[in-house]
Design a protein around this ligand. Structure first.
Ligand SMILES: Nc1ncnc2c1ncn2[C@@H]1O[C@H](COP(=O)(O)OP(=O)(O)OP(=O)(O)O)[C@@H](O)[C@H]1O
Length: 249
């Protein structure tokens, strides 16, 4: 699959939400979730979006990562509006620019850890291209497994891994497609505080060493504070854009 024309791989991005509105229909009622949300994610920054359960954090992340479309408003990537692109271009962008990490890992139980890490490339390439390049792609997957500290678990199935290891595997799977932006939805939400701390350390390492832009969603203020900057979402609106993450009272 060719790369989308709006951004070249590995180019630092600058992601922006402009005046996003999103409502869901519940029976006969339209329930507003986001009401005029503006967020800017700078190149190479580690931004957390914090807010109570139901405040719309995941909804916002899904709109920024092209998993859903806003009712009103725009999403911009490096000077190009992306929310209104044709579906195929949006699919390509989603697969090439964004990496996703979720609270419950979403690993495929029947695949080994190595196969799970490789799974996005099976989608990116045609079957023939994937098979032709398999040994090179496998080497890349092993290298990324090393980066997240999992190279000793390559043949294990998800059921044989701890929660922290499954989240590391999910992060490795997101990294294999060499994303510009990592979107992490409650990445520590299912982990004890020590294991969650290890995952935060790994995210920091990726942010600092690879200048990976990270947008993390969490309901946990302590986790959110560990990012470089916090955006607080309350009742579908941004409360503070400039709250310094470190040293917040
Ligand atoms: N696909 C959907 N259809 C209908 N309502 C939805 C849908 N997705 C989310 N909602 C509703 O929108 C509101 C915001 O949900 P969202 O998941 O974005 O919040 P959140 O802040 O991420 O919450 P949590 O921290 O509990 O995951 C909730 O009331 C939720 O029930």
């Amino acid at each position: 699959m060719s790369q989308p024309s709006v951004i070249s791989m590995n180019e630092p991005v600058h992601l922006r939400a402009k005046a996003l509105d999103k409502s869901y229909r519940k029976g006969e009622h339209k329930v507003p979730v986001l009401r005029g949300v503006d967020v800017k994610v700078n190149r190479g920054e580690f931004l957390s979006i914090v807010g109570q359960s139901g405040s719309g954090k995941s909804t916002l992340m899904h709109l920024l990562g092209l998993l859903d479309v806003p009712d009103v408003g725009e999403v911009w990537l490096e000077g190009t509006r992306i929310d209104n692109l044709p579906e195929r271009t949006r699919d390509e962008l989603r697969n090439n620019v964004f990496g996703f990490v979720f609270q419950f890992y979403h690993l495929l139980p029947e695949l080994s850890l190595l196969e799970n890490i490789l799974s996005p490339l099976m989608i990116r390439y045609s079957i023939w291209e994937y098979l032709r390049r398999k040994s090179e792609l496998k080497e890349q997957a092993v290298e990324i497994a090393k980066q997240v500290g999992l190279d000793h678990r390559l043949r294990h199935r998800p059921s044989e891994l701890s929660g922290g290891e499954m989240q590391r595997a999910a992060i490795a799977r997101a990294l294999i497609a060499r994303p510009n932006v990592l979107l992490a939805d409650e990445p520590t939400g299912n982990l004890d505080s020590r294991t969650g701390g290890d995952i935060m350390e790994l995210l920091h390492k990726l942010n600092e060493e690879q200048q990976l832009t990270i947008l993390m969603v969490t309901h946990d203020d302590n986790i959110a504070r560990q990012a470089e900057r916090i955006v607080r979402l309350s009742e579908g609106r941004i409360q503070s854009l400039n709250e310094a993450a470190q040293g917040v009272a």
